[in-house]
Design a protein around this ligand. Structure first.
Ligand code: CAA
Length: 262
């Protein structure tokens, strides 16, 4: 199925969503949210897909935020719904059973920073720019920026970004722990795919367990997190991939992970 606001492709085991409204710097409107929602359901139902990459079409932007021309006329109740739809999508990305990499090739502002933060980690080009500029519009972040940013970079840095509305460079974003790696623009895609292929070569069951333990464990006390880890560890040990991976090591061969759950 062709989508109006995104390009969706699958290359071997790697799914790719490109935000595709380059004339509006890939700004997010409800139709784009709906397209992404639809694709995430397809991805979750396809056992062959092992990694998802999100990126922006065009040279300039990952996503320059929510579409201001859409937001300007929203009633308070419509604005609440728009924000909740955004939140739902961020939670869907965060809880997707496979790893999600944000490949940020330019502006990631407002909703763009918020989408990137809902991914498992962020690779960026040297020309990427992050920020929560909503305050400049007399509004505030609405897709989780005040919540995720403080959890990722700490309260003081989150406040500085959300209160000043300023942009930070790729290097600054790396320094504050918002992004994992910075590449020259011409290398960004290749490096992102390289990592995606590494992740795709692992077992789906243990990959999901790692993602869930780190994410869910972050919201609870250390001891509860460790209980969760012990249970997940036991399940991985009992899984066909766990048996295959450990046997392959002992037999000095490459493991063949099938992601079976029985
Ligand atoms: N919404 C709607 N249209 C947008 C947009 C946005 N968020 N960002 C850029 N565009 C449009 C511009 O209006 C322009 O359209 P026209 O060519 O039709 O005039 C086109 O994209 C190109 O943009 P610029 O000419 O402004 O490009 P620039 O290189 O001079 O500046 C920019 C780039 C600094 C990113 C600037 O476009 C900008 O400041 N954009 C707005 C960023 C922003 O405020 N984002 C937060 C939105 S609110 C939000 O996201 C709330 C939330 O949490 C849910």
């Amino acid at each position: 199925m062709a989508y109006e606001n995104i390009i969706f492709e699958i290359e071997e085991n790697v799914a790719i969503i490109k935000f595709n409204r380059p004339k509006a710097l890939n700004a997010i409107n409800p139709a784009l949210l709906a397209d992404v929602r639809d694709v995430l359901e397809k991805i979750e139902a396809d056992p062959s897909v092992k990694v998802l990459i999100l990126t922006g079409e065009g040279e300039k932007a990952f996503v320059a935020g929510a579409d201001i021309s859409h937001m300007v006329n929203l009633s308070p109740l419509q604005a609440r719904l728009f924000s909740q739809e955004g939140h739902d999508l961020m939670f869907k990305l965060e809880t997707l059973s496979i790893p999600v990499i944000a490949c940020v090739n330019g502006f990631a502002l407002g909703g763009g920073t918020e989408i990137a933060m809902a991914c498992d980690f962020i690779y960026v080009s040297e020309n990427a720019k992050f920020g929560q500029p909503e305050i400049n519009l007399g509004i505030m972040p609405g897709f989780g920026g005040t919540q995720r940013l403080s959890r990722v970079v700490g309260k003081a840095m989150a406040k500085e970004l959300c209160m000043s509305g300023g942009m930070i460079s790729a290097r600054e974003a790396k320094d504050i722990g918002l992004v994992n790696k910075v590449f020259p623009p011409e290398n960004l895609w290749e490096e992102t795919m390289k990592t995606a292929n590494v992740l795709a070569s692992k077992g789906k069951v243990s990959m999901r367990a790692v993602k869930q333990c780190i994410d869910r464990g972050f919201d609870v006390d250390m001891r509860t997190g460790c209980y969760m880890e012990a249970d997940a560890f036991a399940l991985c040990m009992a899984s066909p991939d766990g048996k295959e991976g450990m046997s392959a090591f002992l037999e000095k061969r490459k493991p063949e992970f099938k992601g079976e759950v029985s």
